[in-house]
Design a protein around this ligand. Sequence first.
Ligand SMILES: *[C@@H]1O[C@H](CO)[C@@H](O)[C@H](O)[C@H]1NC(C)=O
Ligand SMILES: *[C@@H]1O[C@H](CO)[C@@H](O)[C@H](O)[C@H]1NC(C)=O
Ligand SMILES: *[C@@H]1O[C@H](CO)[C@@H](O)[C@H](O)[C@H]1NC(C)=O
Ligand SMILES: *[C@@H]1O[C@H](CO)[C@@H](O)[C@H](O)[C@H]1NC(C)=O
Ligand SMILES: *[C@@H]1O[C@H](CO)[C@@H](O)[C@H](O)[C@H]1NC(C)=O
Ligand SMILES: *[C@@H]1O[C@H](CO)[C@@H](O)[C@H](O)[C@H]1NC(C)=O
Ligand SMILES: *[C@@H]1O[C@H](CO)[C@@H](O)[C@H](O)[C@H]1NC(C)=O
Ligand SMILES: *[C@@H]1O[C@H](CO)[C@@H](O)[C@H](O)[C@H]1NC(C)=O
Ligand SMILES: *[C@@H]1O[C@H](CO)[C@@H](O)[C@H](O)[C@H]1NC(C)=O
Ligand SMILES: *[C@@H]1O[C@H](CO)[C@@H](O)[C@H](O)[C@H]1NC(C)=O
Length: 808
Amino acid sequence: MRASIPPTILLAFVQLVSAATSVDFDPLQHVNLFIGTINGGNTFPGATVPHGMVKVGMDTDGNNFAGYDARPQFNVTGFSQLHQSGTGGAVPLSNFKLFPVPQCSAFEQCLTTIAARKTLRNILPDGSPDDFASPGYFSTNLSTGVRVELTATRRTALHRYTFPANSTTPRILLDITNDGQVSGILPELTIDPMSGRMQASANFATSFGFARYDAYACVDFRGEGYSFDGPTEWGPYKINYPDKNGVDLLQHYYSLGSEHGGLMSFPKNPSGTSTILARVGISFVSTAQACENAEEEIPQFDFAQVLANSEHQWRDILGRVQVDSTGVDKDTVTMLYSSLYRTHIVPGDYTGENAKWKSAEPYYDAFYCNWDTYRTLFPLMSLHDPENFARIVRGMIDIQKHEGWLPEGREAGQQQFIQGGSHGDPILGEFFVKYSKQAASLGVSATDLYNALLADAENTPPNWNLQGRQADVWKTKDGVERKLSTPDTTYPGGANTKQVSRAIEYAFDDFAISQVAKTLGKKADAKKYAGRAQNYHNSWNANVSLDVPGFFNGSVSGFFQPKFANGTWNFTDPRHCSVHDPAQATCFLNAIRRDGFYESSPIVYSQYVPQDTANLIALQGGNELFIERLNWIFNQSYFDSTNEPSQQIPFMYHYANAPGLSTQRSRQVISAAFNTSLNGLPGNDDSGAMASYVFFYLAGMYPLPATKQILLSSPYFPSISFTNPLLKKTTTIKVTNFVGNPSDGTGGTVFVKSVKVNGKAYKSNCYLEWDVFTSGSTVELELTDDINVTCGKGKDALPPSLSTGGYD
Ligand SMILES: *[C@@H]1O[C@H](CO)[C@@H](O)[C@H](O)[C@H]1NC(C)=O
Ligand SMILES: *[C@@H]1O[C@H](CO)[C@@H](O)[C@H](O)[C@H]1NC(C)=O
Ligand SMILES: *[C@@H]1O[C@H](CO)[C@@H](O)[C@H](O)[C@H]1NC(C)=O
Ligand SMILES: *[C@@H]1O[C@H](CO)[C@@H](O)[C@H](O)[C@H]1NC(C)=O
Ligand SMILES: *[C@@H]1O[C@H](CO)[C@@H](O)[C@H](O)[C@H]1NC(C)=O
Ligand SMILES: *[C@@H]1O[C@H](CO)[C@@H](O)[C@H](O)[C@H]1NC(C)=O
Ligand SMILES: *[C@@H]1O[C@H](CO)[C@@H](O)[C@H](O)[C@H]1NC(C)=O
Ligand SMILES: *[C@@H]1O[C@H](CO)[C@@H](O)[C@H](O)[C@H]1NC(C)=O
Ligand SMILES: *[C@@H]1O[C@H](CO)[C@@H](O)[C@H](O)[C@H]1NC(C)=O
Ligand SMILES: *[C@@H]1O[C@H](CO)[C@@H](O)[C@H](O)[C@H]1NC(C)=O
């Protein structure tokens, strides 16, 4: 497949020629949508607008959960309208597949099931399938000779099918029941034979929870380059039996099977190739609403115009980050913009599509999951996209008002499993700590935001596994994690205890609340929640040790551990769930376990106290031993580049005044695990969580959500700038002596020796304050090849921690 110059780019170039010289940089040219489409990245390479609800793309019978598999041996099963990007669980949202049928002997003879219709793509001379994608656009050539092109607006997809000359009767089917899980039940379909409109709906399974949802589609067809009044043949199908000239699925079959849909034949273009446009409106409310969405968003079936609008939106959002790429490998530029692109696919703007209540507030869905995205995705949004961020926050607050708790995992309007704490808290905290002054003008009520946080922190939901925290347990006088729930068989598959990792995460959630309370001048609350943010102490067992030949004195001690209900310690091997776990356990949601940790080892979780790393260093024996512990974690591969709890570990040397080691580790992580190949992600992209992480590393930064500080390293570019469209400010980070990036991440002239902001020596070489970005600054970095650089000499040189008086 190819990912190069998008179709309307040439036009854009013409328009931009007269503008300033730097304008010839088009970020769309540097987005490769195919990164992570094999090897478990589960990324979505189809067409969408930024945060679009509709994400129209190709589905194959491979195993990418976002539908598409780049390996040529997999067959195409259809072109469906929704999708997620980078998720696990089960296959999500591959609803309402269309499929072109160029040839069958008669309408009734057309084979409509997935097994019978699936088709390979054309294979290019280099062995890859003939697929193309760029922001807002996807195309492929099928082995049947049909060319398929896709583009989209927020709630409507536009498909273009160009049939081969030998196709005497072009046909297109709509598959209603196969959503990727074959979960569709109660299918409905009505066909208007005059216009060819198909209105369809069914009830489907979510992919990371038990709830089901209804979805609706409205499909209309037009000829391109010729016109026709309607289809020549039409009818619903069951399995491989299309029923010619039927108009209502339910009236045509005595019993329903597992595969249902509708099929239509169209007149051939009398004077050339037959190209048929299919417009698919989607709704979660009704088929009538789906039709309205389609008519409103794509009235003219103008493919070029829809695509140009989509590209315009992508160019606007991606162009807020600009880099000087002199002396930088092209793949690094591609990795940066492709990562930035993938942070704007979800959450989706489902405004108007909430079937549960009516509200004037925006409605965002597809949180999958906040546990993944709170760490880096929303802090990246703070840097360049506060308006979308504010709308997402408003939508989350509206959900809290109606359901009682902020959303955690959410798909198609349904609550999904909790992964850990209530991570809506640090997301709202991130927004409010950085944008409290602008919140009101962005429609975010400070009162409602704060009340939503308090609800998470104080009110115990009926089912914490879907709704939030076990607040009652956490609120007991010491918030001791031993009391966090034992497995509850009411919720099989989701409710494992993970009590230690949840306790550690609740502590960080409360830190985020304390930061908001402080911003609001609520001193007592700020103190209360900062106190609760220290409850991680109760899970620290200094006496648990592990033999580690070759490191320390042969053993390392002090880990987070579980307790029994009576308050004495239970024991979980610190290597549990790691690559060196003697029991080879996994800690995924479906694992039946009582060991206390979720998706990462106690070794990794024992580094996770981002609000108070200074105190963690004290618990682990001081700077030298802390650095030794981090080195050991990398040396023994306990660091896991595929999962979020490890994300900050490479940057933790900053807190021990050894930022050069952070720079080198983070660069080694990028070169070992992330690249622009199809398999360029080591694991799930997690709704852009991994993408935002990679972006920060390439930008030479790492964020701490819900604070005003961002850790600083060196960017991979001579300069990188962020334009904030709300504040109308641009901040540029420049390297005064850029010489390039070491290819394996080791060594090089990449270590930050000194930092100036607007020409003045800065207080730290290790972090930047948020006001550097809000005021629009020039940050100048002088780099050295000496890895033994420090954060600087002044009292504010080290990044803040709660126990050293930080964040005040
Ligand atoms: C794709 O379809 C072809 C033809 O039906 C079949 O031979 C092949 O095994 C299929 N590929 C996969 C991966 O199922
Ligand atoms: C498909 O075929 C058309 C010509 O029919 C060509 O222009 C296009 O580049 C091919 N590939 C894709 C992915 O569209
Ligand atoms: C029709 O033509 C296409 C190429 O344009 C070819 O791939 C396909 O096999 C042909 N189909 C039939 C039934 O001849
Ligand atoms: C560790 O062991 C010492 C000595 O037995 C004991 O005093 C201390 O309370 C123990 N610490 C924990 C956290 O159990
Ligand atoms: C290693 O042993 C030395 C000498 O006994 C001691 O001073 C030091 O604290 C020990 N370090 C650790 C990590 O136990
Ligand atoms: C605490 O509970 C555990 C598990 O039930 C038990 O093994 C242990 O003996 C108890 N300890 C005390 C001091 O009661
Ligand atoms: C104690 O830990 C072990 C090992 O993780 C686990 O199998 C057991 O269920 C735990 N006991 C309790 C009461 O949590
Ligand atoms: C781990 O440490 C050992 C001993 O210090 C060293 O020989 C080895 O190269 C290190 N391995 C890695 C992967 O860094
Ligand atoms: C790209 O990244 C993947 C995932 O980490 C890795 O398996 C692969 O070896 C890397 N490829 C290259 C060429 O570095
Ligand atoms: C940095 O410090 C290490 C350990 O103290 C030392 O071995 C190394 O030589 C130093 N590097 C430079 C460039 O001074």
